[in-house]
Design a protein around this ligand. Structure first.
Ligand SMILES: [Zn+2]
Length: 82
């Protein structure tokens, strides 16, 4: 039973490490707001009327959570090695 628990925790750790590396490589994913199209939110009445998406501030991109974790650890590492 202990080996199973060990394997399971190793798998989770491996998955987390892979996810963090993935986020370091590709820090952005698409904006999650449903009506946002590349940073624009169109009016319901017309396709000609739109404004910048407030959630992604008109970029259409979103910083992944894992990227923030990665940057936090990188900042800590830098602060500790001066
Ligand atoms: Zn957006």
């Amino acid at each position: 039973m202990t080996t199973f628990a060990l394997l399971a925790s190793l798998a989770i750790l491996g998955y987390a490490a892979f996810y963090l590396l993935w986020c370091a490589q590709f820090p952005f994913s698409r904006c999650r707001r449903r009506r946002c199209e590349n940073g624009r939110v169109y009016s319901r009445l017309s396709r000609k009327a739109f404004r910048d998406c407030p959630r992604c501030e008109g970029t259409g991109k979103r910083v992944r959570l894992g990227r923030r974790v990665y940057e936090y650890f990188r900042g800590e590492h830098k602060a500790g090695n001066q």
